[in-house]
Write a protein that binds this ligand. Structure first.
Ligand SMILES: Nc1ncnc2c1ncn2[C@@H]1O[C@H](COP(=O)(O)OP(=O)(O)OP(=O)(O)O)[C@@H](O)[C@H]1O
Ligand SMILES: [Mg+2]
Length: 253
């Protein structure tokens, strides 16, 4: 199983990038695929055409609360991590034809919420083994990722935004990745669809963070997101998918 984490500042195009990576991997037959939405705003679902609520599915945060906090829980003789794993399969996991999907959700209690966090991490550790790829839309902190989801990832890709501020963010992101205790194999940057071409030379000069190129502006992506339509399934000749194809090739996927 390989894990790819997409992060970056607000509105840089992280979620659409994750959707386009999904498309790319599906086209290559890289299945099964698990998408994980770490964004409390949960916009990944909309971009990949999954409405968890309409599917009768709950977020992981809701399931954790129901299982460990709410009703006190029953002593069913199985471990906390097995209990939450079972509930994720039954009530949290959207199982689609092309990919599976979970949303972590909003209702996090800040600070160490240790037993449930550990149980969740163990459960996800087992549950994710059966996938070929796990793609994570991770706008928030990596600490959250480490504590609740996984400590081991393959690639972290930071999406650069429209200004030079993105570089400060990138440096910070790398430091945070290091300090959060996450083990990652590779760390990259990518220019978001708003990242100016004029700044590319600076991105290319950053040591230890290979720059993978820009995601192209794509009118069809803009139109679909405005209409609330999924961005999956665009023809590969569209500028957005074509640019993600180049990025993924550089990554060796
Ligand atoms: N390649 C693209 N071409 C044109 N427009 C795009 C593209 N990617 C994203 N957009 C537009 O930009 C908006 C923000 O993109 P997206 O939601 O992917 O960013 P984000 O980084 O995930 O934002 P947030 O930080 O709020 O989660 C989208 O709603 C869409 O309208
Ligand atoms: Mg997003």
């Amino acid at each position: 199983m390989k894990t790819i984490v997409v992060m970056g500042r607000g509105g840089t195009g992280k979620t659409s990038f994750v959707s386009l990576i999904t498309d790319y991997l599906l086209k290559k037959g890289e299945m099964p695929l698990l998408l994980v939405d770490l964004d409390p705003d949960q916009s990944l679902g909309e971009m990949v055409g999954v409405d968890l609520e309409a599917e009768g599915k709950k977020s992981i945060a809701e399931l954790l609360e129901d299982t460990f906090i709410g009703k006190g829980g029953t002593l069913s003789g199985i471990s906390p991590s097995e209990r939450i794993e079972q509930r994720i399969w039954e009530e949290g996991m959207y199982e689609g034809e092309k990919f599976d999907f979970i949303a972590i959700g909003t209702k996090w209690i800040e600070g160490c919420y240790c037993m449930p966090d550990t149980a969740l991490k163990e459960a996800l550790g087992r549950l994710t083994k059966q996938y070929r790829y796990m793609l994570v839309d991770a706008p928030g902190g990596l600490e959250h990722l480490n504590r609740r989801i996984t400590a081991d990832v393959d690639d972290i890709i930071d999406v650069l935004g429209p200004s030079a501020k993105s570089f400060a963010h990138l440096e910070r992101a790398r430091r945070v990745a290091y300090e959060s205790g996450i083990h990652y194999r590779r760390f990259f940057s990518v220019g978001g669809f708003l990242f100016p071409k004029a700044l590319e030379y600076r991105a290319e000069k950053i040591e230890d963070i290979p720059y993978l190129g820009r995601i192209s502006y794509d009118e069809e992506i803009a139109r679909r997101t405005v209409e609330g339509e999924p961005v999956l399934g665009l023809m590969p000749v569209h500028p957005g998918p074509a640019s993600v194809f180049r990025v993924m090739n550089k990554l060796g996927y």
